[in-house]
Ligand binder design. Sequence first.
Ligand SMILES: Cc1ncc(C[n+]2csc(CCOP(=O)(O)OP(=O)(O)O)c2C)c(N)n1
Length: 370
Amino acid sequence: MPRETVAEFTVDHVQVLDREGTVDTDLEPDLGEERLEELYRLMKLARRFEERAIALQRRGEIGTYAPAIGQEAAQIGSASALAAEDWMTTSFRESAAYLARGTPIDRLLCYAMGMEEGAEVPEGSRSMPPSIAVGSQALHGVGIGWGQAMLGEEGASLVYFGDGATSEGDVYEALNLAGVYDARTVFFCQNNQYAISVPREEQSRAETLAQKAIAAGIEGIQVDGNDVLGVYAVTRAALARAREGRPTLVEAITYRRSMHTTADDPSVYREPEEERDWEAYDPIDRFETYLRERGVLDDELIAAIEERVEADLEEGIERAMDERDSVDPAEMFDYAYADLPPWVERQREAFEEGPGGASGDGTSAGGHGE
Ligand SMILES: Cc1ncc(C[n+]2csc(CCOP(=O)(O)OP(=O)(O)O)c2C)c(N)n1
């Protein structure tokens, strides 16, 4: 029986800024100095937001938190390529993407405090609340992209997920659906090398995660996820194609420098040398080298940006604390059932009585998060 090759595929890798911060002028996106400075400010804001969030969790002010230190270029670069009419659908590690889309700091913190106000889609916003079930949001994202075409809307849909999520059926189904229905979707996989403690190599035998697009008949492309200019350029092009009904899977190669969540200790499953190697390719340092080189940034401007970032964070944290203090945590029992089953009623009573068991002694307010 004759045997011949009937199909061949390739996956491209894009890098605009190399690891030393030198730019490839052929690929450099056309961004003015203001936009470049804004990308830098957002990356700094995201980094400090993550650091502050970890500290807030340690002080018991917010719940378990999933930081994205090291993934700022992947998130800020991609979310900054979105137009106002585009939708964004995320997983649980995308605070930086929300910040890039202008989601207020206090909203993000309220979400982390378990307040439903934090999960609301603010009026006029096209950013969906985070999805905790790994990969499930890929289906929501492709549904939105498909729906936009049906409604004759202008925009496209960008959906974030991690490397681990690409092992989930939901993601395969979403990719397939996007291919079949020409859904206006960009799938943005942040390959941060780990699904909790499982390294990327043990997650899939596929050489790249981008190639998972090929089986769905859509384009797959890899980008250096620590290169904000590369991520921006690739996502912008993918969104433009999506608006014409051509979906793409983007695999951004990056590294989660911190813990999976504040409940995790990465030293148990990875070596310090590996962390140090990636630290050398820090997305912010690299972009800063380029911006200094271009004359966009100097010490003075960096200090002013840092000052603004700290002030914005301070104000956002304060506002989130005020919002938290203004709601009654017992409200969480109000919406799960129309009529509370007796065992939940008992939980509510115990909650309202507080840890000491006696209500009205002022200690029950400390019951949030229990
Ligand atoms: C359906 C489902 N299975 C398992 C979990 C538990 N879980 C939470 S995060 C995670 C790993 C996710 O890894 P990845 O997709 O690479 O995203 P990352 O955490 O690296 O951003 C798992 C298995 C979950 N939340 N949902």
